[in-house]
Ligand binder design. Structure first.
Ligand SMILES: Cc1cc2nc3c(=O)[nH]c(=O)nc-3n(C[C@H](O)[C@H](O)[C@H](O)COP(=O)(O)OP(=O)(O)OC[C@H]3O[C@@H](n4cnc5c(N)ncnc54)[C@H](O)[C@@H]3O)c2cc1C
Length: 286
């Protein structure tokens, strides 16, 4: 049943400190809302449990992109349009720019934030495969101070994350160490635009004289949460690309993914496509 908007409250403190203090004083009481592109859908459909919302939209402490000599730091409140239009991201983090460009519609990209995409924790979200491949680091913040953790450790189970009730996602840090890496990202969905992925894979690989020295594979819609495919990475590290190494990698990825049947696709199709995408990337290295 649809919700009655009059049953909901929204507060919009004008600083990050004020938001954090309210979350510290009454954890679990308020649901943070950034762009609202997930939450307003849930609200409209009568699925939003929390009736008290605290707005993060336009908090300048969360909406920034900082470039340092070693890293790029993206505030959690940065929109997909901000990401898509950023010169350094386009030049150095092309698979993140690509993921931002196929997230929903332009209206979605103007409003939806990277932080909302991560914390919402959908197994099918578009930015996680790229962030996993880049081995991004998250900074979480509360009145207790900031703490960092690798993004690959953030998702704990379906829709469960390492975020504490009084914490917010503050920012996402990506090292600028990937010069010369081969990159790949592909989302397979019902259509090219405005479709949730059936399977998505992002890969970064450092290849020297045909030998894979380092490889990182981030995947969506093949597990209960977005995940690195570490066994497949291991099976390829140190290998040259031959029909045998490709066949071995295909066999490993098929054991590593745990897709499900749902309204969008079948487990069997998802597993087969994951292996095909990996093979497509490996053949592109030849
Ligand atoms: C029509 C439509 C199409 C879409 N298409 C796609 C698509 O193609 N690919 C895709 O990945 N997604 C898609 N989405 C989903 C959505 O747009 C994205 O997930 C977006 O990134 C959510 O960001 P938001 O700021 O709007 O999140 P919100 O709706 O504001 O919040 C989402 C969740 O994150 C939490 N949250 C937000 N920011 C923080 C923070 N800083 N710290 C702690 N918690 C926080 C909220 O409490 C909530 O639980 C689509 C949505 C719609 C409505």
């Amino acid at each position: 049943m649809r919700s009655n908007i009059a049953h909901y409250d929204l507060i919009a403190p004008n600083s990050l400190d004020a938001v954090l203090q309210i979350l510290a004083d009454s954890p679990d009481h308020y649901t943070p809302i950034a762009g609202g592109t997930e939450l307003m859908v849930a609200l409209g459909a009568g699925r939003l449990q929390g009736k008290k919302l605290i707005s993060l939209w336009n908090l300048e402490e969360l909406r920034f992109i900082e470039v340092t000599p070693d890293a790029i730091i993206i505030g959690a409140g940065t929109t997909f349009t901000d990401i898509r239009q950023h010169r350094v991201i386009a030049a150095e983090f092309s698979i993140l720019a690509q993921a931002a460009s196929w997230t929903g519609s332009i209206a979605n990209q103007n409003r939806g934030t990277l932080g909302g995409n991560i914390v919402n924790a959908s197994p099918a979200a578009d930015s996680p495969p790229a962030l996993l491949a880049y081995d991004a680091e998250l900074t979480l913040i509360s009145t207790r101070g900031p703490r960092t953790l690798p993004y690959r450790d953030f998702h704990l189970a379906y829709k469960e994350t390492a975020l504490e009730p009084d914490e917010l996602l503050h920012s996402i840090t990506i090292s600028r160490n990937y010069k010369g890496y081969k990159t790949y990202i592909r989302k397979v969905g019902t259509r090219n635009a405005q479709a949730i992925s059936k399977v998505a894979i992002a890969v970064l690989a450092r290849v020297n004289k045909g030998r894979i020295e380092d490889i990182r594979i981030g995947a969506a819609s093949v597990r209960e949460y977005p995940a690195r495919l570490t066994a497949t990475e291991k099976s390829l590290t140190g290998k040259t690309i031959t029909p045998e190494s490709i066949a071995a990698a295909r066999a490993t990825i098929l054991t590593e993914v745990r897709p499900i049947d749902d309204i969008r696709s079948t487990a069997k199709y998802r597993a087969a496509v994951a292996a095909n995408l990996l093979e497509e990337f490996l053949l592109s290295l030849g």
